[in-house]
Design a protein around this ligand. Structure first.
Ligand code: NAD
Length: 251
């Protein structure tokens, strides 16, 4: 990386098989220092990343829906790591609940984590990026937002992930002149814990067969695109949505 020493903050980076942890690794391999945030503290991710790539890495407990926990975690980032140059809004929850069975609480929770959480942390980290004249914000949306539901996401998930796309696009327009880019990645079926058993058995076989590249995605497929979007040389890409879906949704 030709950038000065900078930190990438990755939310939802604790999950062992998740996109967030893989992204923390990939960013560190590209030279970024890493703040890995998750409900459980993401200590495992931070230890692995530091050991594997020789960068500074902090694992921090943070619930993106809880302003106090975010403030506490980001105070550590501020005090202990180089300036933040990238934010990966990866923390997310899904739900397959059929629309008429979705409760107010479930609907609110889907929006609180996927949209409100991204708002809360982006709002906190953006001013520093703008002042320094460099920033990369990447949202983890979903193919579900684009095609209207997916395999494991219902209306609430699809709506929240679509909201992220509008969020990213409007913010990209607003902060473009400041050197901060804002993009979204829309993964298809990636083999992580969030997909549960949706990718197993006959159903999994049928889904795989319906995917042009003939396989499910790996976390590295998504992480590599995020690293690309965080490069200094990607500064002319903003407001974009990158599909990482094996061709399962071509539009
Ligand atoms: P995952 O469940 O392995 O990881 C999600 C992480 O978010 C977990 O570690 C979880 O603890 C964390 N999280 C949940 N609520 C949080 C909160 N309130 N505060 C902080 N962290 C919180 O799932 P994943 O597949 O790695 O998903 C990562 C992102 O990619 C999600 O936003 C998901 O919606 C999106 N996505 C995944 C797929 C897929 O097929 N796996 C497809 C499209 C989009």
């Amino acid at each position: 990386m030709s950038l000065p020493e900078m930190t990438a903050v990755v939310t939802g980076a604790g999950s062992r098989r998740g996109i967030g942890r893989a992204t923390a690794h990939a960013l560190a391999a590209a030279g970024w220092h890493v703040a890995a945030l998750d409900l459980d503290g993401a200590v495992g991710t931070a230890e692995e990343v530091a050991a594997a790539h020789g960068v500074s890495a902090l694992g921090l407990a943070a619930d993106v829906t809880d302003p106090a926990s975010l403030d506490a975690a980001l105070a550590h980032v501020d005090a202990e790591l180089p300036p933040v140059g990238a934010l990966i809004n990866n923390a997310g929850i899904t739900s397959p609940t059929p629309f008429l069975e979705v409760t107010d609480e479930e609907w609110d929770r889907l929006f609180d984590v996927n949209v409100g959480g991204a708002f809360a942390i982006t709002r906190r980290l953006l001013p520093g990026m703008m002042e320094r004249g460099f920033g990369r914000v990447v949202f983890l949306s979903s193919v579900s937002a684009e095609r209207g539901g997916g395999v494991f996401g219902g209306v609430g998930y699809s709506a929240a992930k679509a909201a992220q796309l509008g969020f990213a696009r409007a913010l990209a327009r607003e902060v473009g002149p400041t050197g901060v880019t804002v993009n979204a990645v829309a993964p298809g079926l990636i083999d992580t814990d969030i997909t549960g058993d949706a990718l197993a058995g006959e159903r999994g076989d049928a889904l795989r067969a319906a995917t042009p590249v003939g396989r499910f995605g790996q976390v590295s497929d998504v992480a590599d695109v995020i690293v690309f979007l965080c490069r200094e040389g990607a500064g002319y890409i903003t407001g974009a949505t990158y599909d990482v879906n094996g061709g399962s949704h071509i539009h």
